[in-house]
Design a protein around this ligand. Sequence first.
Ligand code: FPP
Length: 271
Amino acid sequence: MDCLKGNNLEELTTKEICLLVKEGDLPSHIAIIMDGNGRWAEKRGLPRLAGHREGIKSVRDAVTLCRELGISALTIYAFSVENWMRPRREVVTLMNLLEEYLQRELKTLLQNEVRFKTIGRIEQLPASVIRWIRNVEEKTEKNDKMTLTLALSYSGRTEITDAVNKIINDYSNGRLKDREITELTFSGYLYTNFLPEPDLLIRTSGEARLSNFLLWEIAYTELYFTGTLWPDFRKRDMLLAILDYQKRERRFGLIKEQVAGKGIKRSRGAQ
Ligand code: FPP
């Protein structure tokens, strides 16, 4: 594959880029802020719903690719706490799409041994969506090839404040004895306590902000921003994002020589 390395990426086929990616160090956990569904639809004179529907195809592509590459976790920001303030019609549409996705995808997740999880204030979602979430979570709970997590009614600040309140509660009840909270203890109280920290965070649509996503967890995550709108972000775009990640030098606060060849990876909550 060395013969491909000097080439202009635009000249390479998706298959060739895929082979290049497979040669490098793969991220264990990718997080995605999918953005631009509305603009994608607007550009085509379509209702926003059309952008969200098309965006679900990109979600499927991302899950399939991660599974194919052997990436063990993919976390997608699907609905934020702030999104509740969108026009009611859009909120209802998004909830319907979510339920439709869960109903349709269960079979594929089972076939591909993907575990499905959610993070966020799930209790705020409509009852029928919660039922489907619990159903898909339960049925896929033993799958161990990959974890797909949807962030729903999620906010990074809410996650942190919820963790603080749980800690206070556990301390008051005697369930938590330590008077000193370490990073590791704190991480254990976050919604994401079953996941490693993300190695790569992708945001589409040209916005370069974090929008309250995984604020604690992304302390050492590599960020990748692209102008591509989410519904257009398909397998090739995702491969290019991973290839870009593979060119980065991750140092976790150390110096180059300490990291070189030692395969140092920051573990969750390490100090
Ligand atoms: C971002 O585009 C998209 C969202 C905030 C919502 C996406 C959620 C769904 C399609 C529901 C189902 C989800 C899954 C994963 C099955 P935007 O509307 O913010 O786009 P804009 O910035 O161009 O307006």
